[in-house]
Design a protein around this ligand. Structure first.
Ligand code: DGJ
Length: 738
């Protein structure tokens, strides 16, 4: 058991081979933190780590320890107003208007395994040996409310998960005005904060900033985790690199509005707080009611950012993603969006599909424009019945034809939205999220359906599952193309409006759950104007996500590099598209477009009939290459080698878990003239194994140590042959048995 309670000193030590996390029950009954970091030996007492000191203006909340000033104390789930003036983990408004609370330790349980928190998504275990869990129960006598803090420590990886639950037992109503998932206090501020930020078509750029006194945060108040900020942050030491040094990762398993905040006190204590964004959040609890927060997944690494990412990849690919497709090889798909947009009919689609089949595509996906009066983006959303002008044989007829060609068929839906120009809106105008007597903001002329209402989810469920039932559908791309504005539910009372944002996301999870239960073999790909909801919550339901609407290979280097900070390669939807690229008008070599998309859930986003014979040959080779290597790429260990945020070069590689095989990719953005020699150093190989390194230019042998210490000698002329600007090289590395 990796969780020990030291009765005498009232300390919990959670540890595995890599990390230690020490909690104490303080003199005032609240929970303090004594340490979070690299694994240390267990001992009976860590009390000397608890620091108290007389400080002017300090306020103590207990007579027995007059120097226990909460403001200077590291805590587990702090409240505001009893001496701690930093941002709290939660706040509860009580009947008399007070917001002061005092939760003290009552009991705890330690058990093997990990419990689910459904309907919320969370990481899971497959056997009890994989993790141990500590539940600590605290109680506030005045409110008569229980608070249960849950910690799960994975046995064989540096992963600690946390969430909180409030159980109200008192007979007067209370209102949670903030209930974050966790708060983590650290003893110094010598960190840099790494986060993933951007906007439409440039999602998840890696940003790094030094911590300063005060608050630094990223957040979403958009009703979705968002294109702008990802529900993730890491704290790394200034000297930490991709491969060395300490990193603390924090990733929230949630798809709605969130806050990820770091507050540094002027005594240099660092507080990380993460959870549902308190703005627009008010959760009333009556007697017997409970509130469960989403889960925070903390990863400890002393092997730099790559070490952290590899832990997240392994965990999220195998213990967050679920179901039929979790470990299966993902089909090579072709999506018609950039090929036709909404301008298609059955003949056009079949012509595109036939060519796709010819070169080896396994799944054809029909994107937006197939339903209602959806000829442009001003109408039809919400009417999930086929447009027979475009598709006279319906989705059923089309899907059968595609299957007859020898491919699977996939379909795009955007089930959370409606256009006002739709039968759905005309029949149920109160089903949109909108504030009475106020203007509904416009965004792509569409509006958000009120998924906080069960009847709305029921209705959409019925419509969508009918389409799936009646046709041959193997894949669903679930899109979501606008944020929530004028947040208000016409189905909720005035005092329940603060629940709408969270209930909305629970409604989304509910529809996913129903569809997955009904159609367990369907592969879901989540999407939100590209990567607007690329978050761990979605990964629980959909094992892959359309990463970005920017399909340009060179733009994708940054996007995929940033996304790989947390998310496994198998989840990163990546397609080869046409040139000039539709988003940025750039011309890139077809081979480079493939070489970038290989490191994701691979597909095409163009009409292959427009390519030359020579290009079609390249496409054939690309598809054959993916089929041969997708298992290695998706299930191997991924290493970021050179950052596109620093130079004109990007490189990454993947190594099989047994270190017998690897693929390394080197990409050049702009070319250099008369440049220096180029050595491309690899990682993750076995130094003592002999490998064969091959591509179209080389074929030689080398030990792993040579490939990692000296690297592969790259001739600039190869890059010129690959196009110069935007050229790229793939190296196949296979263990050579003597
Ligand atoms: C946004 C998505 O990201 C695109 O791939 C495409 O599906 C469009 N929506 C369709 O409206």
């Amino acid at each position: 058991m990796a969780i020990i309670f030291h009765q005498q000193t009232k300390e919990f030590h959670l540890f595995n081979n890599e990390l230690s996390y020490i909690i104490e029950i303080m003199d005032n009954g609240q929970l303090g933190n004594l340490y979070y970091g690299k694994k240390i030996h267990d001992r009976d007492s860590f009390q000397h780590l608890h620091e108290e000191q007389k400080r002017s203006m300090g306020a103590s909340h207990t007579e027995s320890s007059p120097l226990l000033f909460l403001e200077y104390t590291k805590q587990e789930y702090p409240s505001y107003g009893t001496g701690d003036f930093r941002y709290p983990a939660f706040e509860i408004k009580q009947e008399n208007g007070s917001r002061i609370s005092h939760f003290t330790y009552v009991s705890h349980t330690i058990y093997s395994g990990k419990k689910k928190i459904e309907p919320l998504p969370a990481v899971y275990v497959e056997s009890e040996e994989e993790a141990d869990t500590l539940e600590i129960e605290l109680y506030d006598d005045m409110m008569q409310t229980r608070l249960i803090l849950t910690y799960t420590l994975f046995t064989n990886s540096p992963v600690l998960t946390r969430h909180a639950k409030f159980v109200h037992e008192g007979n007067t109503e209370i209102c949670l005005t903030s209930a974050l998932s966790a708060s983590v206090d650290l003893v110094d501020m010598d960190y840099e904060m790494v986060h993933l930020s951007g906007a439409w078509s440039r999602e998840r750029y890696v940003k790094t900033r030094k911590l300063e006194h005060g608050v630094q945060s990223v957040h979403s108040m958009r009703g979705a985790s968002s294109l702008e900020h990802n529900p993730f942050l890491a704290l790394k030491r200034p000297e930490t690199t991709e491969f060395d040094g300490e990193v603390l990762g924090f990733s929230l398993v949630y798809s709605g509005s969130f806050l990820a905040q770091v507050e540094v006190s002027t005594h240099d204590l660092t507080r990380v707080s993460m959870g549902i964004h308190p703005n627009n959040f008010e959760w009333t609890l009556n007697q017997g009611e409970t509130f469960q927060t989403p889960e925070l997944v903390m990863v400890y690494s002393n092997q730099g950012l790559n070490g952290m990412s590899q832990t997240y990849h392994q965990l999220y690919r195998t213990r967050l993603a679920r179901g039929y497709w979790r470990d299966r090889e993902r089909p090579v798909l072709l999506n018609n969006w950039e090929a036709t947009y909404m301008d298609f009919n059955e003949d056009k689609i079949i012509t595109i599909a036939k060519k796709a089949k010819e070169v080896g595509v396994e799944l054809f996906v029909l994107d937006d424009g197939w339903f209602g009066t959806r000829n442009d983006d001003t109408q039809g959303l919400g009417d999930w019945f086929v447009n027979t002008d475009k598709l006279p044989n319906g989705i059923r007829g089309l899907s059968e034809k595609v299957e007859e060609l020898g491919m699977k068929f996939g379909l795009w839906i955007e089930p959370e939205m409606a256009n006002k120009n739709s039968d759905l809106y005309r029949a149920h105008p109160d089903w949109l999220i909108s504030t009475p007597n106020r203007l509904d903001s416009f965004s792509r002329t569409q509006h958000v359906l009120d998924y906080s209402r069960k009847e709305v989810v029921d209705y959409i469920h019925e419509m969508v599952s009918k389409v799936i039932r009646e046709s041959k559908i193997s894949y669903i791309k679930w899109d979501m193309n606008r944020y929530i504005t004028e947040c208000y539910s016409h189905g909720a009372s005035a005092d329940e409006q603060g629940k709408v944002m969270h209930r909305y996301i629970l409604g989304v999870y509910d529809l996913y759950t129903r569809l997955i239960n009904e159609f367990p073999e369907i592969l879901f790909e989540s999407c939100s104007s590209g990567g607007g909801r690329f978050d761990p919550g979605m990964l629980y339901f959909a094992p892959q996500t359309w990463t970005s609407d920017d399909s340009d290979a060179i733009e994708r280097l940054k996007i995929q590099y940033g996304t790989s900070m947390v998310y496994p390669i198998s989840s990163i939807g990546a397609h080869v598209s046409a040139v000039p690229n539709h988003q940025i008008k750039r011309m890139t070599p077809l081979k480079t477009r493939g070489n970038v998309a290989y490191f994701g859930a691979f597909g095409y986003e163009l009409d292959l009939n427009t390519l030359t014979d020579e290009e079609i040959e390249i496409v054939r080779e690309q598809i054959a290459y993916v089929k041969e290597n997708r298992k290695l790429i998706h299930q191997g260990r991924f290493y970021r080698l050179l950052s596109p945020f620093e130079n004109q070069e990007t490189a990454w590689m993947v190594v099989s878990l047994d270190q017998s095989q690897a693929i390394a990719a080197y990409y050049q953005s702009l070319n250099y003239v008369n440049a220096s020699w180029l050595r491309f150093k690899l990682k993750g190989l076995d130094p003592n194994k002999k490998y064969k390194v091959t591509n179209e230019y080389i074929s030689h042998e080398a030990y792993g140590d040579e490939l990692m210490e000296i690297g592969i000698v790259i001739r600039r002329k190869w890059l010129n042959l690959e196009g110069g600007d935007f050229g790229s090289l793939i190296f196949n590395i296979t263990e050579k048995s003597d």
